[in-house]
Design a protein around this ligand. Structure first.
Ligand code: ADP
Ligand code: ZN
Length: 435
């Protein structure tokens, strides 16, 4: 297979552990040398008395400084650019979920590499050029649209660049063009299903086979609910704009954790407090270094995403390690009455119920200096019989289970289907009004 025909980077995908390590040793040295060309890293390395030549292999990675989202903001707009502006062909920004967005630049080679990684992700799920693919996330600065788009085209899929929103049109296109694969945030996929059910339609009638779901945290329970509603197989997709966007890690057909592409990213998992590596298999913050990016290499980026390495080998035989479903971001953790709670713990409880629809919010308030948590969950269309008795028993059941999960009492409100604001992109699950 010639390099040009290797559209998904099979030569990297099929590397053994030893080959990957050898490749990483070399790529890290090059990447650090490239990073040092930016005004930001030149200054940072100088202040640490660090020379790019000090980095000789991946064993030396811990000599390098960590890069945080704030560092990216400090270097805004272009302090991390390492090439002449003529070589830049595109920029993206993060969604800005947690503040001012950060800007990321790409050369043509960077865009090609990203498309290769993305195409590789899609191909390991079993998707091929025979699939019709509808991309249901926002195009533009958000990386989900163009990222998946270029990858899917590279795989030769029939791409429908639907973008986010306009649910009625999404459903029509899926049906009329026999769409077999979709990409959406899990919350939007849920919204589409609910809309269909409210309109007396059945999501299963769409015949989607694979759904690539990501860009926001979600639980296994949410995946199961969506699979049940649509009859598709859902594949977890992870990425972040600082590391291009989607295409960083993806589930293969065995769906037992996401393979993270170690030819493109050097992965560390650290304790967010001590900044020391955690023991293999322990949960910590994932830190990533780009290995193949030219315009804007990033060294030891603190993703704030909490995960662990899945132990053992994947049945597919690929050597690229697997990361587990994210627990959430370290800054997603809520402290309620002194108790640490991740929104995913709440979702886990409520999504187990077939009577719960897909949409919910966690509302935090403070009364008489005591934190109050209210979980508002929409009832599923199929379970809604209008009876007060039904609602009352659901409220009681859920309150009890949430109390067991978090250790303090939680107020539950069960709402009519379609009454909470729907998300077209990343869902906003927490409303914190504690001041
Ligand atoms: P922002 O950081 O502003 O939200 P991005 O669009 O770059 O902008 O979002 C990347 C973040 O989205 C990741 O760092 C992670 O927290 C979250 N994310 C993306 N994919 C997943 C996934 N499959 N599971 C959990 N979280 C995800
Ligand atoms: Zn696998």
């Amino acid at each position: 297979m010639s390099v040009n025909q290797d559209r998904t980077g099979r030569r990297y995908e099929l590397m053994s552990r030893d080959e990957l390590t050898a490749f990483q040793n070399d790529a890290l040295c090059q990447s650090v040398r490239q990073a040092a060309k930016s005004s930001y890293y030149a200054q940072r390395f100088r202040s640490l008395g660090l020379d790019a030549a000090d980095i000789k292999s991946i064993e030396d990675v811990r000599k390098l400084p960590l890069t945080s989202k704030d560092d990216l903001r400090l270097s805004y707009p272009a302090g991390m650019l390492t090439v002449d502006p003529e070589q830049v062909v595109r920029m993206h920004t993060s969604s800005g979920t947690t503040g001012k967005p950060t800007a990321i630049f790409h050369t043509q080679a960077d865009i090609d590499c990203w498309a290769e990684l993305m195409a590789r992700c899609l191909s390991i799920t079993g998707a091929t050029n025979r699939d019709v693919f509808q991309n249901m996330t926002g195009y533009g600065l958000f990386t989900g649209g163009l990222g998946l788009h270029y990858g899917a085209e590279r795989l030769g899929m029939w791409v429908i660049p639907a973008g986010a929103g306009n649910t009625a049109r999404q459903i029509m296109l899926i049906r009329d063009f026999g769409v077999t694969c979709i990409h959406a945030t899990p919350s939007y996929a849920m919204h589409v299903a609910e809309r269909m059910l409210i309109d007396g339609d059945d999501p299963k009638s769409l015949k989607i086979q694979r759904a690539f779901l990501g860009a926001e945290p979600y639980t296994e329970e949410m995946r199961l609910k969506l699979q049940d509603l649509y009859g598709f197989k859902a594949f977890n997709s992870y990425g972040l704009s600082e590391m291009n966007g989607p295409g960083v890690a993806f589930e293969c057909e065995h769906r037992s954790g996401m393979h993270i592409w170690e030819d493109a990213f050097l992965v560390e998992i650290i304790d967010p407090e001590t900044l020391e590596p955690v023991a293999d298999g322990q949960t910590g913050e994932m830190v990533l270094t780009t290995l193949r990016r030219t315009a804007m290499p990033i060294v030891r980026y603190r993703t704030r995403d909490l995960t662990h390495f899945v132990q053992g080998e994947c049945q597919c035989g690929r050597a690229h390690r697997r990361i587990a479903r994210m627990v959430g971001r370290s800054d997603d953790m809520l402290i309620v009455r002194g108790v640490n709670v991740f929104p995913s713990q709440i979702e886990e409880v409520i999504m187990k119920h077939t009577w719960v629809g897909g949409n919910y919010v966690i509302h935090l308030t403070r009364a008489a200096s005591l934190d109050q948590m209210t979980v508002k969950a929409e009832i599923a269309k199929s379970a809604f019989d209008g009876s007060v008795e039904t609602i009352r028993s659901l409220v009681n059941e859920l309150s009890r289970q949430l109390r067991e999960q978090v250790g303090f009492s939680v107020t539950v409100e069960v709402l009519e289907p379609g009454s909470l604001p729907a998300s077209e992109g990343k869902a906003k699950r927490v409303i914190d009004e504690r001041g």
